[in-house]
Write a protein that binds this ligand. Structure first.
Ligand code: PD2
Ligand code: MN
Length: 230
């Protein structure tokens, strides 16, 4: 294995010329759309609602599959839930599956405040078609929390994938290689800022042909994201 400065792993992009890398960057950029839709007061209201979700989960008010806790990142699934990672008997890309819509394994419905306070502004801005969103996931990251490089499973989720950031800003990185114990991340081909209150839509090459991640160093403060998908 090859390492760069500071023991960073190297990805295939570290072996490309500047021109070759620029071609990748241009393809990624065609699949990313960003808008600042939520001002400070809208963010504050939504952040209070996210706190309420956290409290309800801690109180045991949700179904078991609605809540997934991990040391630096909790996830709350609404509308549709799915198995992935550590929960699956058979792990890995393509093995994810949706939970049934009813019964023991189902998750809670999308809260009304998500429709009213988060989805409605996206509709008014004509960023998504009406009735498109049937899944809302909240990731709540502690400082240093991350999401390793992945492609949102295309057999489960349509494009675009929509994210809205709250509490603090972060960055979405593309084409990173992760190594663990200790955690080390290669340089991204492209990193886009995720401002608090900012909406990011990911589709095309950016969603399907290259992995994305949230690096631990890009979450210096508590941050939450609402991921809206179909
Ligand atoms: O935290 C995010 O902004 C983010 C972005 C893209 C999270 C995910 N993907 C994910 O959990 O899949
Ligand atoms: Mn993702």
């Amino acid at each position: 294995r090859e390492y760069g400065k500071g023991g960073k792993p190297k990805s295939k992009y570290d072996f490309m010329t500047i021109d070759e890398k620029q071609v990748e960057v241009d393809k990624i950029r065609t699949g990313i759309k960003q808008r600042c839709l939520f001002n400070d007061s809208a963010c504050k209201e939504i952040e209070a609602k996210i706190e309420e979700v956290v409290r309800k989960a801690a109180n045991g008010e949700y179904k078991k599959n609605t809540v997934d806790t991990a040391p630096l990142r909790n996830k709350y699934f609404f509308g549709e839930g799915y198995t992935y990672g550590s929960h699956m008997e058979a792990r890995g890309p393509g093995m994810e599956r949706l939970y049934p819509k009813e019964g023991e394994e189902s998750v809670d419905p999308i809260p009304e405040w998500i429709h009213e306070m988060v989805v409605q502004p996206l509709l008014r801005a004509q960023l998504i078609p009406p009735d498109f969103i049937n899944s809302a996931v909240i990731n709540d990251y502690q400082p240093g929390g991350c999401i390793v490089s992945h492609i949102d499973p295309y057999h489960i989720f349509d494009r675009p994938i929509v994210t809205v950031s709250f509490f603090s800003s972060s960055a979405l990185s593309f084409g990173c290689k992760f190594e663990f114990r200790p955690i080390r991340v290669s340089n991204p081909v492209l990193s886009v800022k995720l401002p608090r209150g900012g909406v990011t839509l990911i589709s095309g090459f950016a969603a399907d042909e290259i992995t994305h991640c949230i690096r631990p160093q890009d979450t210096p403060h508590r941050r939450a994201v609402v991921i809206l998908r179909r």
